[in-house]
Design a protein around this ligand. Sequence first.
Ligand SMILES: Nc1ncnc2c1ncn2[C@@H]1O[C@H](COP(=O)(O)OP(=O)(O)OP(=O)(O)O)[C@@H](O)[C@H]1O
Length: 639
Amino acid sequence: MSATTTPKDGVRDAGAVFGASTDPAAARASQGSSGPGRRRGPIDPRLVRRASATRWFLVALVVVGAVGALLTIAQAWILSRSIGGVFATGDAGPALRFLVPLAAVFAGKAVLAWLNQWLAQRAAASVKSQLRVDIMRARLERPLDCEASTGGLVTLVTQGLDALDGFYSKYLPQLVLAVVVPVIVGVAVLTTDLLSTVIVALTLPLIPFFMALVGWTTEARTRRRFSLQTRLARHFADLVEGLPTLQVFGRARAQAEGLRRTEAAHRAETMTTLRISFLSALVLELLATLSVAIVAVTTGFRVLFDQMDLTAALFVLILAPEVYLPVRQVGVHYHDSADGMAAAEAAFALIDPAEPGVAAAPKDRGEIAPDVGVESTTILSGDDRPWLIAAERVGHTYPGTSSPAVEGVSFSVRPGQFLVLTGPSGGGKTTVLNSLLGFIRPSQGRILIDGQPLNDTALDSWRRRLAYVGQNPGMISGTVGDNVRLGFPGASDADLRSALDAAGGPELSLDHPVGDDGQGLSAGERRRVATARALLRITHGHADLLLLDEPTAGLDADAEATLLHGLRSLGVAAVVVSHRPAVIAEADAVIEIGGPTDDRGGASTGSANGRLPKATEGPSPEPAEGPLAEPTDGAGGVR
Ligand SMILES: Nc1ncnc2c1ncn2[C@@H]1O[C@H](COP(=O)(O)OP(=O)(O)OP(=O)(O)O)[C@@H](O)[C@H]1O
């Protein structure tokens, strides 16, 4: 269980509205221990690039904004003409004929406001749905590479992305209006009065300038708040998951205090963000009001001294606030966008691990990287069948850790061969297996499938060739039969039965109920059900590589012997993680992974390679083949 925030816990910051860094190096630098990177300007270009709904939404917003600006000018024209007319003639009658066009303008503006919201809701829904699908796809592709914990991921996919509503329905429309409206309305003012235009042109830029100042202050706060929110969610998810353990150790109540502290910190951060938000709105409001006041005073005096026509003055006075309003509103709605943008950043970090700050495997160009070396080990001599799978100097360093979990592992497996990975706990066996599954992109070396780099192979098609049993195999709720059938949905009950028997579970009934997360089955039974599922995938689904992590753990000697016999008789290639002598005895080759612990406490620093025909059968290993066939100076080596 972990309730701590990892360096990149799926949370990125929201930067200033204007003036946020676009420098990737700066973004990387800011992703140190505090994690988040900087927001890249008012709109994250990845939203436009990746979320296609954003593109047409921006275009529609410009059109709606321009029509809205023209209606505002029409409204000012009608009002100034009618009011000016009343003052000039002293008769309100002629002004009444302006009522109908004025009503039409108001109706038009109402329709535009509705259209704006409708477009925004549609765009937000479409982008959220696209991001959710992309996140889930990324998670399925790299279930172990994603750094967000389940709690963090759930927060992000549910309420986290919902924060994009504010971005699409308020911030983005306002941002577009802030550009379109001042230009169109400014031209209308210019055609009427040059002095007012100059005053507006000089004072208007002050608003974004102050906004940037406020943005810089808010940036870190918003980031911290989102980070705390995620931590609260993680803390809670961890607590719920670990409740039985905490209760046994009498620590359940003590956790409530920790939860209260995280919650209090979250509340304090939210209040601070709100305070800054209100204060910034006040400052911007004041600035805009003073600017309009300057326009009003100058036009008022000119009207007084007959230097300006009242109708023109009214026209300028009605329009002047409309120039400032959309720019001012950007600042107000910025706070609506900040959470959404932080969530979008977190989503991109999961979807696109190649983004700065995310550990990514070196790009495989189909050739061996210079530091990787060309050595490989064939595990059986005299066999000229092509390799099915090969690992070349594979190593992996998990994000957030400084030393490799495993390194320098090389081996190759031909169809029908049975390779066992063994070694001390924490040595990196599961990491190697996860690399073969494509769950992890090794940070060193590469995996080759039929001679092609796994990185260049579609994971879907590769996984169709795999049958896999992990250390904690996933179970669906239903029956044992339902779970075995996952291996081949078209299998008959007789097929399920024989797979289960071969997996060492003859006593398990197909109708045995299975609850959520395998409830109702012992750990050993779960493993047997999962093994039966994998066997079915080989015999009926035509998978040609079996990947097993400790398949016989929890089995008695008879069941183990039955299972091993079943596995060997399948005749497919198998890579099996195991410490059990009986499994090692069945192997065509055994590779030892890991060795003496380093200062990280438990990581493998050894190399692994080797060949051993039936480890327990031959009196001594056959002569070594190739440069890597000898044990290396690391902890790993030929057994
Ligand atoms: N997601 C992760 N993030 C950081 N470190 C990890 C992660 N998963 C594993 N490790 C570390 O990598 C090392 C190798 O782990 P791995 O699970 O591959 O070992 P193993 O040989 O399969 O162990 P065991 O025999 O106990 O299952 C361990 O030190 C472990 O702490």
